[in-house]
Design a protein around this ligand. Structure first.
Ligand code: GTP
Ligand code: SPV
Ligand code: MN
Length: 628
């Protein structure tokens, strides 16, 4: 009934392993919550928590839909806070590839001593006046060899109900855990209450945010933010930051990737994975409705992939998650019909607009409502100059809602991977698609990914930033070692999957997008899968293999795309790009960079000169003016 004086759900915590109880008690003594609730994951519990939050005004029921709610965050707590996200290792070099000219761009390091000091200054009494929820969760199917168990302590009921969507939560997880170790996650919104004091609708502590990871002890400490990526600790914190570090030790990969099945008109099915930076199209590609006849795409995951080489040298992927935490703006019945078919039941929306009929709206969803309540809770009119929904507003939806969920989405052994994609938002210079010449070249391509900044993290403007492997915000260890690990995984694979780079975001002279994107991206996947099967010729260029001028099926497109502009590899652009990558490698990765990456860069330099007659589009680069 009690743990160190705390009532637990008012009942005996039967079946909670003693090492878990000791850990809960340890943190309860520090955080001083009013009471403790160990989540059982049941529907009744879910409804109880939602009802409570509705009464408190934290959740707004969306009467137009079934079991859907809206949460509005504090305007200062709308995205991941990369500058306050840290990795703590004994030695700095285990976190960040360069220590002498440390920039923190590839992982913010903090010493264990300094982290302890911060924790001691932030956590004592931080849950005063609040309930401490204890969430046992499994990343990956409960009981699978490839899954990992974590327990999150949090003082946010919102986090508890979202974790139940995004992960597998409940007593069955504790049963599987037994007396084994688990990943320990501690989260507080950092807003204790004095007796009689009322909580803000979205309690948080933006000035004191800290998202810390201790890979050496499998611990996560998160303070001050309730935003998804900062507070749902199974997702980026466990599945990517700690996950990548665990994966390195155990010989697999934890990646910021979607996983999808593509069934071709001949009935053959291939699985692909794709890494695009945050807010660059994973959810959309993962469940695309193909605009080419005879194709079908089914989704295994839209954000995170755990990739294991199996005993036959085949790369296999599982999605450790149980839900979608997807970007709302831009989602509509044309761009992503299967997302639209998924999100109007059992969903928690954050920072979207509320329509008068109890529904939601966001920019790019469809016709503007005449009026609504915007994401800040203020009246909004179609003539308003500010967006009604925050650009990083999201839907949090169970995977099982998706009508094109792949039948193997919970296969404990994972699905076989036939092709790997990288991509980003590149307004100029980077072709719609190209193929790496080798696994090593593909690893280089991943290392050199750049993309326009988006609203998913707190950055200003549309600067083009390095985001290697789309993992810059999520590396759990030294990026040089990460590259070495990728190179070594290639050696374990019998037929390493071909690696491609895609770019849906190239712009023409008028500043408009050259490629329709979304469902038409199947045309690009088709080319890649035919290349993987060795069934298509391609044109060798400086970047790698590029489709021949008629290589892509563009029949049936409303407007004929300018394929020459989409596939051009302007020499001048690539000279500057290669020089810039060299500079980046030198300053940000330094001596940690595997020599193979320098070799790949030298080869790129050579190819740029050999293929320099492909410079017809040279002035494209200079005429581009970023729009918006
Ligand atoms: P995270 O959840 O942040 O990791 O993002 P994500 O990679 O899953 O991005 P998502 O698919 O949610 O897309 C983000 C934004 O890009 C949305 O506004 C989409 O409408 C837009 N987008 C996605 N695919 C395409 C595309 O093919 N073309 C264009 N023009 N926009 C796209
Ligand atoms: C991303 O930013 O890449 C996301 C959203 O997928 S979050 O989980 O908040 O990181
Ligand atoms: Mn993501």
């Amino acid at each position: 009934m009690v743990a160190g004086g705390w009532t637990i759900n008012g009942v005996e915590p039967n079946g909670v392993p003693s090492h878990v109880m000791e850990w809960i008690q340890h943190w309860a003594e520090i955080c001083q919550p009013t009471d403790i609730h160990i989540m059982d994951g049941s529907d009744e519990e879910d409804q109880m928590l939602k009802k409570m939050m509705v009464e408190q005004g934290v959740l707004i029921p969306l009467t137009k839909y079934q079991n859907c709610y809206l949460a509005r965050t504090d305007p200062k707590d709308v995205a991941r806070t990369e500058a306050r996200t840290v990795i703590s290792t004994k030695n700095k070099i285990d976190t960040h590839p360069v220590t002498d000219t440390y920039s923190g761009k590839l992982g913010h390091w903090i010493s264990p001593e300094d982290l302890d000091k911060k924790i001691q200054s932030l956590f004592p009494g931080c849950m005063n006046g609040r309930t401490m929820y204890v969430i046992p969760f499994s990343m990956g199917p409960v009981g699978s060899q490839l899954s990992r168990i974590g327990i999150e302590i949090t003082d946010s009921a919102y986090v508890s109900v979202c974790m139940r969507i995004m992960t597998r939560v409940g007593r069955q997880v504790l049963n599987v855990l037994g007396d084994s170790p688990f990943v320990k996650g501690v989260h507080s919104v950092g807003a204790p209450l004095k007796p009689g004091e009322h909580s803000a609708l979205w309690p948080c502590n933006p000035d004191k945010v800290l998202i810390a990871h201790k890979p050496e002890t499998s611990e996560i400490i998160s303070f001050g933010s309730g935003y998804g990526g900062n507070s749902l600790l199974g997702k980026k914190c466990l599945a990517l930051r700690l996950g990548s570090s665990i994966a390195r030790k155990e010989g697999w990969l934890a990646e910021h990737m979607l996983i999808s099945g593509v069934t071709m008109p001949n009935g053959q099915k291939k699985y692909i994975t794709a890494a695009f930076p945050s807010c660059c199209g994973k959810t959309n590609l993962a469940m695309l409705q193909p605009k080419l006849p005879g194709y079908k795409v089914t989704v295994v995951g839209d954000d995170i992939a755990w990739l294991h080489p199996d005993e036959n040298g085949q790369l296999r992927a599982i999605n450790p998650e149980n839900g979608f935490f997807g970007v709302a703006p831009g989602t509509n019945f044309q761009s992503n019909p299967y997302a639209m078919a998924s999100i109007f039941k059992d969903t928690i929306f954050s920072n979207v607009a509320l329509t008068p009929d109890g529904g939601v709206w966001w920019e790019g969803m469809g016709p503007k409502p005449k009026s609504c309540i915007d994401w800040r809770g203020k009246p909004w009119r179609a003539s308003s100059s500010t967006p009604a929904a925050h650009p990083n507003s999201r839907f949090c939806t169970p995977l099982v809602n998706c009508p094109v969920l792949d039948p193997a989405w919970e296969d404990p052994h994972g699905v076989p991977v036939s092709a790997i994609f990288f991509g980003g938002r590149r307004p100029s210079g980077v072709p719609l698609i190209y193929q790496a010449i080798s696994w090593e070249h593909g690893v280089f391509m991943g290392a050199a990914v750049k993309s326009e900044a988006t609203a998913a993290a707190e950055f200003k403007g549309k600067q083009i930033m390095h985001d290697p492997f789309s993992m810059r915000p999520f590396f759990g260890y030294n990026f040089g070692d990460y590259l070495r690990h990728w190179l070594s995984i290639g050696k374990l694979l019998k037929n390493p999957p071909p690696i491609f780079m895609v770019n849906w975001f190239r712009r023409g002279h008028d500043g408009g997008l050259l490629w329709p994107g979304f469902g038409d991206n199947i045309r690009v996947l088709e080319w890649a899968l035919n290349r993987s099967a060795g069934q298509l010729p391609a044109s060798g260029r400086c970047v790698g293999w590029v489709p021949t001028h008629d290589g892509l099926d563009i029949h049936g497109l409303e407007e004929s795309p300018d394929m020459e502009a989409l596939l051009a590899t302007p020499t001048r652009f690539w000279r500057e790009e290669a020089a810039e990558i060299r500079q980046y490698f030198k300053s940000e990765i330094g001596d940690s960079l595997p020599t193979e990456m320098w070799r790949q860069l030298d080869k790129l330099d050579k190819r740029i000169e050999v293929f320099s007659d492909y410079n017809v589009e040279e002035d494209e680069y200079h005429s581009y003016e970023p729009i918006g």
